[in-house]
Design a protein around this ligand. Sequence first.
Ligand code: NAD
Length: 317
Amino acid sequence: MDEKTPLGVALVGTGLIARFHAQAVVASSRLKLVAAINPIAGQGEEFAAEFGVPLIRDYDEALSRPDVGMVLVATPSGAHDDAVLAAARHRKPVLVEKPLTISSARADRLIAACAETGTPLGGIFQTRFTDDFRKLREVVDGGSLGRITFVRIDVPWWREDSYYAGTWHGTWAMDGGGALINQAIHMVDWLTALMPPVKDVKSFTATLAHPMETEDTAAAVLRFEGGALGAIYATTASYPGRPKRMEITGTKGTYVYEDTGHGVSRPDQLEYAGHLACFEAFAESLAGGAPYPIDGAAARVPIDLITRIYEENKGSN
Ligand SMILES: NC(=O)c1ccc[n+]([C@@H]2O[C@H](COP(=O)([O-])OP(=O)(O)OC[C@H]3O[C@@H](n4cnc5c(N)ncnc54)[C@H](O)[C@@H]3O)[C@@H](O)[C@H]2O)c1
């Protein structure tokens, strides 16, 4: 493929976030949407018509098409594996919505399947491509805080019951958990990307305000390798919701990030700019440029911490 030919993208899933994916692909000069994939009968027709692409039900049929050069996965989290394993079978580079999958053991399986066929695998954490994260990285790596002693993340959000009722949200099978793995994972990713590995974790999860299987509130304290401590607070039971926040403090200073976006209670108010940056970075890595910063192993790290917290609280919500 020459540099001017856009890379063909197959998008798996045609729901809320897939719409932002499609908009980002349309906005990118180096990508072209060539297929929408949805294995569920009766779903995706309008989406495919709106974006002018064929709707294909079968993963193998879609991913064997020669015009597909990259796969985006935007199905419910518990259904990511099927799409990733299909991409690995067809050696089609695959970029997967957060969370990569719903447990560290399942992440291992996906990473191994992609490694076996030499298929590039990446995780989508669009907030990694923001000035806010770049600034945090600069502050932490630059040493201006001195010895880091404590870091905390707060995701004090609100979701109505209707967000959970009769949907895959908040189910073990398809969401893999609740507030922690769905809403707070972007901040857990920042935490684990910026800090040394988590050595010890003690935590509680609870279901306090919604009729759902998994937790709507989680609290954890952490000890990182090297000695710093930390805390995670994640909830969808804090009406009306406050911006997510990260505080890092050390012997020479304190840095506080507070979100100014729309993430509190309206997932439909996302913007596609972060996804566009993510997709272009992945495409750039496929074209021989800089490695994509969130490969399968990196996308697994926040899942591993969340899996540890869920294991500690098994059966106690
Ligand atoms: N990056 C972000 O900020 C962000 C925001 C929202 C959602 N997400 C992630 O995107 C993914 C999808 O979330 P959503 O809000 O778009 O969900 P959604 O329910 O709006 O859409 C899910 C899509 O997958 C299809 N689908 C349902 N069950 C399926 C199955 N078993 N196999 C294959 N396809 C199936 C549905 O028809 C639908 O098109 C989730 O992993 C979620 O965590 C990420």
